[in-house]
Design a protein around this ligand. Structure first.
Ligand code: G6P
Length: 368
């Protein structure tokens, strides 16, 4: 096991650090920058049907469900196809309306999650085109879907998913672009978004290089009893994922929320003992997020901001700032999630938790 960990103390840390190279593996052979094309072998025979879908319903559990939410933002933004995202466990029991014009897309790292598999079988029975995004080659979900794409993240051992998540988001990004080509997006936009995606691995590496600074922040907050994670747009699902990572491995209660919803509830919890993590990258909602930060500051909450390099304004408002390189908004989830993974990891290890095998959790939930 020590050899498999490759010198890292835990699989989770190794898997976080692997993300820049995993990102490259996911894109390899699929993105051709010389002519701005995408080659998605696993779905190529079904692209026309996917493009004509009346609606895409994404079903998943846990971290894969968060990737699905980002998929919704990406597919609706680029391809203008309506998307719904459902927990597989809800979908399968609520007599959903599914027609043969629908596409049901299931996302699963393991390809074995019981609820996701049941959702897939139900959708297939109702005649929908079923597509899968899986990491484990030859897994049950991968075998039972009509078409799909592998994430190629390599084996993920840590129970808390990290590299599989970023790989899922890249697959969804590539798929969203592939669905939009020749329809809803201009050639120059395709070129820009492919270039932006191809630069993500190197940007991710520069964030990982800041691990010592992130560890220092973790030491300050390791004894907090609650955490709030706030983000908007593409980074709202990242707020949910950041909170989930912390809960899973450190056993600190954490909630993720869309930043603007804060005033409909969580703001009541804010006091000097509440650390609030804001994902506040420079995009169309940046000024709105700044006013949300002001609201937390007024109530003496502790502010940790994930911000875009060069943003001085935010350092006047936040107690701590973790900077990420600039990227186009749809690419930012791939980058903003990394400091949140590292923060959870360091908080959990500072608390002496077994991060690779957290209590009560399983890597793959194969029974209901
Ligand atoms: C479990 C794991 C999570 C994972 C979820 C869905 O809860 O602990 O890390 O996100 O299952 O798993 P899947 O293999 O379907 O992505």
């Amino acid at each position: 096991e020590e050899i498999e960990k490759g010198g890292f103390e835990h699989f989770m840390l190794k898997e976080i650090f692997e993300q820049p190279s995993v990102m490259q593996d996911v894109m390899r052979g699929r993105i051709h920058l010389e002519d701005n094309t995408l080659h998605l072998g696993g779905v190529k025979d079904h692209l026309e049907k996917l493009r004509k879908a009346k609606r895409i319903i994404i079903c998943a559990c846990g971290t894969s469900w968060h990737a699905g939410l980002i998929g919704e933002y990406l597919i609706e933004e680029f391809a203008r196809i309506p998307v719904e995202v459902d927990y597989a466990s809800e979908f399968r029991y609520r007599t959903p309306i599914i027609s043969p014009d629908d596409v049901v897309m299931v996302i699963s790292q393991s390809g074995e999650t019981a609820d996701t598999l049941a959702a897939l079988r139900m959708a297939k029975e109702k005649g929908a085109l079923v597509m899968g995004i899986c990491n484990v080659v030859g897994s049950t979900i991968a075998r039972e879907t009509t078409c799909g794409m592998y994430t190629h993240a390599g084996p993920e051992i840590g129970v808390a998913s990290t590299k599989a998540f970023t790989a899922q988001v890249i697959v969804l990004y590539m798929l969203a672009l592939a669905l939009s080509i020749g329809r809803t997006i201009k050639d120059e936009e395709i070129a820009l978004y492919l270039k932006e995606l191809s630069e993500a691995p190197q940007k991710a590496a520069s964030i990982i290089a800041q691990h010592a600074d992130i560890r220092a922040i973790a030491k300050v907050y390791k004894d907090a009893r609650n955490f709030l994670y706030l983000g908007r747009g593409f980074n709202f699902p990242v707020a949910l994922e950041g909170a989930l990572k912390l809960k899973e491995i450190s056993y600190i209660h954490a909630e993720g929320y869309p930043a603007a919803e804060m005033k409909h509830g969580p703001i009541a919890l804010i006091d000097k003992d509440m650390p609030v993590i804001f994902i506040a990258t420079r995009d169309s909602t940046y000024t709105k997020i700044l006013s949300n930060i002001e609201e937390v500051r007024t109530r003496k909450g502790k502010i940790i901001a994930i911000a875009t390099e060069g943003d001085q304004e935010i350092s006047n408002l936040a107690d701590h700032v973790i900077y990420i390189p600039y990227a186009a908004a749809p690419v930012t989830p791939l980058l903003t999630v990394i400091p949140l993974q590292l923060l959870s990891y360091y908080i959990a290890t500072e608390r002496g938790c077994n991060v690779d095998r957290p209590r009560n959790l399983a890597k793959s939930v194969t029974v209901e």
